[in-house]
Design a protein around this ligand. Structure first.
Ligand SMILES: [Ca+2]
Ligand SMILES: [Ca+2]
Length: 219
């Protein structure tokens, strides 16, 4: 590998303290290992049709299951357990893109019955599929019409491999259900750590790190 930009950038970022040089060295080592994959990632929907999705229950019409929530179409997911807000309905999705950091979501209202629209949401994340950590919860902005998309943004810096999204309440307690046409989870994909304990460290890379470290100490 060639890293001309890394070495050329060193003089302008040079620190005058020993601690600063150590920090710079550590930073450069990280850059050498991870490259620029973590820089400038745009937020986007981290789900896609076909991702593994498990509903809170199968109490849905045959053609209106949870997969409809992430199929990129106006088809709806309807769950009868949401009648009278008796149960928080929703789903758990495992994005095929791997670990992600989610900081927002969008919801699209379904074709009819606005009283069935989600009114509140709760988002949790998991890395083992069993233990879930709270990420965000709150009120869903009102839908002005059918097939309208609303968005919630929230602070989060934790990465997860799976997400459970549930809707504790609907716009009005109703005798039918909860329904939603489409859901997007907005976030960024976490670049994988390409190293693991026991990896063989090739002399070329070790030599480059030694050269950079020596150069920083001297300068
Ligand atoms: Ca989508
Ligand atoms: Ca859909």
């Amino acid at each position: 590998m060639n890293h001309p930009s890394s070495t050329q950038a060193v003089p302008t970022a040079r620190s005058t303290t020993a601690a600063g040089r150590r920090n710079l060295t550590a930073g450069l080592a990280s850059l050498l290992l991870f490259g620029t994959a973590a820089v400038g990632l745009a937020q986007s929907d981290i789900t896609q049709p076909g991702d593994v999705i498990v509903p809170t229950s199968s109490n849905s019409p045959g053609s209106e299951g949870a997969a409809n929530a992430i199929d990129n179409k106006t088809t709806k997911y309807l769950n009868f357990d949401g009648a009278q807000n008796a149960v928080a309905t929703g789903f758990t999705v495992t994005p095929s893109v791997g670990a992600t950091i989610v900081t927002g979501l969008t919801l699209q209202s379904a074709n009819d019955a606005p009283e069935r629209d989600p009114a509140t949401f709760k988002l949790e994340g998991s890395n083992d599929g069993t233990n879930f950590v709270a990420i965000a919860d709150g009120t869903v902005p009102a839908f002005s019409d059918r097939f309208v998309t609303v968005r919630n943004d929230f602070a989060n810096n934790q990465a997860f491999k799976a997400y459970r999204l549930t809707f504790p309440t609907t716009a009005s307690a109703n005798g039918c259900c909860m329904q939603v046409a489409e859901v997007e989870l907005l976030g960024t994909v976490v670049p994988p750590d390409v190293t693991q304990p026991g990896d063989v460290i090739v002399p070329g890379r070790a030599g480059l790190l030694y050269w950079v470290t020596t150069w920083l100490i001297k300068n």
